[in-house]
Design a protein around this ligand. Structure first.
Ligand SMILES: Nc1ncnc2c1ncn2[C@@H]1O[C@H](COP(=O)(O)OP(=O)(O)OP(=O)(O)O)[C@@H](O)[C@H]1O
Ligand SMILES: [Mg+2]
Length: 322
């Protein structure tokens, strides 16, 4: 159950990349908070800025001259954007962890599963090899890996994608961090395994009280898993609501479009960008991000960018039509 206290507060976050054609605004004045113990869904079509936001929270973009990051990301009161890289590396794993779409690729292929997890315990808990190995077996058991002792002796390539994702979750939760970011953790898995991984995340969330940011293309998944959902479009949040309210009253034309494009049950699909009416992209400009694709836009939508407004209790929409 989510408390009312915020664990993470993202304030006015903008992220720009230099490209051959100039600056590309990937994230544009984004404001978002995650409460302690909350499960928050971040959805949006491809390229909307979900992964870049997650990587920035985790400090994985580093400090580079071709990337400009502005704003604040407060984790338990400390601004991650103003933290030295060595401190970020220390709190990565302890206070926040991330799992990715491709678990097989993410695991170091030359180490046995047990060594990978034991190594994490040795770093976090400063334990010796023998105790770390025992802790690793317990951890593999926690993520419901059948026969953890035998699995610990295997290499990543000997495991299925679903098993590798369980190992990734085990690694991410070694230090029981208060925040877990899962970036499309089930996208490459088949539907049954997807359901098992989500059930595992739900169980661990209940047992450990971890706050979870779930990034996914699958609106069915966020609906079942999350307490609140943020819908992203071209680097901005255009709708933010509880899962119930969003599905009962989707209010932004973009959200309605996404809901209409939910793939048929059991069939996997990504949220492909919706076609533009005028074949233009509204990114980084002071206009509505959806104006070129919106059937109900007016002149006003071309002269200013609508901010989020509360249209129902705890349901915010960035659209002038509300
Ligand atoms: N290193 C980079 N250099 C330049 N542009 C980048 C870089 N990384 C991401 N981008 C751009 O930033 C935008 C947002 O990318 P991001 O990966 O966050 O999208 P996403 O919402 O996660 O999409 P998907 O659903 O396909 O994973 C895209 O236009 C992308 O091309
Ligand atoms: Mg992504």
């Amino acid at each position: 159950m989510a408390s009312t206290t915020n664990l993470l507060e993202i304030k006015d976050l903008s992220i720009k990349f230099t490209t051959e054609s100039g600056w590309l605004t990937a994230v544009d004045h984004l404001n978002l908070d995650i409460k302690k113990g909350e499960k928050l869904g971040l959805v949006g079509e491809s390229g909307s800025g979900k992964s870049v936001t997650a990587m920035t929270i985790m400090g994985l973009l580093g400090k580079r001259r071709d990337i400009a990051i502005q704003g604040q990301i407060m984790l338990e009161g400390e601004d991650l954007l103003r933290m030295k890289q060595d401190k970020i590396e220390k709190i990565r794993g302890r206070k926040m962890s991330m799992i990715f779409q491709d678990p097989v690729e993410s695991l170091n292929p030359v180490f046995r599963i047990g060594n990978l997890v034991a190594e994490a315990f040795m770093v976090q808990e400063k334990t010796d090899k023998k105790i770390a190995w025992e802790r690793a077996i317990e951890q593999l058991n926690k993520v419901r890996i059948r026969d953890p002792k035998a699995t610990a002796r295997q290499f990543p390539h000997e495991l299925s994608g679903g098993m590798c994702q369980r190992v990734m979750i085990a690694l991410a939760l070694v230090a029981n961090p208060p925040l877990l970011i899962a970036d499309e953790p089930t996208t490459d898995l088949d539907v049954t395994i997807q359901a098992q991984i989500l059930a595992l995340l739900k169980k661990l969330h209940q047992d450990l009280g971890t706050s979870v940011i779930l990034i996914t293309h699958d609106l069915g998944v966020v609906c079942q898993f999350c307490d609140r959902i943020a819908v992203m479009l071209n680097g901005r949040i255009v709708e933010l609501a509880t899962a119930d309210s969003l599905f009962t009253n989707p209010s932004h034309p973009y959200t309605r479009g996404l809901l209409n494009s939910i793939p048929v049950l059991g069939k996997k699909g990504r949220l492909e960008p919706m076609p533009s009416i005028h074949n233009q992209e509204a990114r980084g400009e002071n206009i509505c991000r959806f104006v070129h694709r919106c059937a109900i836009s007016t002149d006003r939508c071309c002269s200013a960018a609508p901010g989020l407004r509360e249209v129902l209790p705890n349901h915010y929409v960035a659209c002038f039509s509300h």
